[in-house]
Design a protein around this ligand. Structure first.
Ligand SMILES: [Cu+2]
Length: 162
């Protein structure tokens, strides 16, 4: 009887080890994904307004990280989020327009963070064919005096040396 118990025990140990190596193997691809060259723009919100760190380039996938460091609910809205935001992660709530149609804003409670994965294509001037650096303006739909922007740099033919 004792021998049989030991056999069951070592079988269980083997199963546990197997599960662990599967877990380790599964963790490796996500570490590789985190190293993807995604651009980053950080927006912190206080009750006074927005603080923006960073910029992005046209066509680049960008993690726009929004933090509400204020004491009340704040929003962030931009016409360019409608087409540009491919995915939202974190606590933000999407606010729809009248009758639940269309995007209006994202709302964030105090202390919350969300990430908007954003991408804006090059927008060449139809007359000249030249693409220029553009701005993504945004504002708080709750407190309309709160405004900010980040830049989308055009890299084609405009980058200086060095
Ligand atoms: Cu606000």
């Amino acid at each position: 009887m004792k021998v049989r118990t030991d056999a069951v025990k070592s079988f269980l140990v083997l199963v546990a080890c197997g599960a662990m190596s599967i877990a380790v193997a599964a963790a490796i691809p996500s570490v590789a994904n985190a190293a993807d060259p995604e651009m980053k723009v950080e927006i912190s919100i206080t009750d006074q307004g927005y603080k923006v760190k960073g910029h992005t380039t046209a066509g680049a996938l960008t993690a726009v990280i929004v933090r509400n460091e204020g004491s009340m609910t704040h929003g962030i809205s931009s016409p360019l989020f409608k087409a540009g935001v491919v995915k939202k992660e974190g606590s933000g709530v999407e606010i729809r327009g009248p009758k639940g149609k269309g995007f209006r804003a994202y709302h964030l409670e105090p202390g919350q963070t969300m990430t908007l994965h954003f991408q804006q294509a090059s927008q060449p001037d139809p007359a000249t064919g030249i693409s220029e650096t553009t701005q993504v303006p945004f504002w708080c739909d709750i407190h309309q005096h709160m405004k900010g922007e980040f830049l989308v740099l055009e890299t084609k033919g405009e980058v200086g040396g060095g």
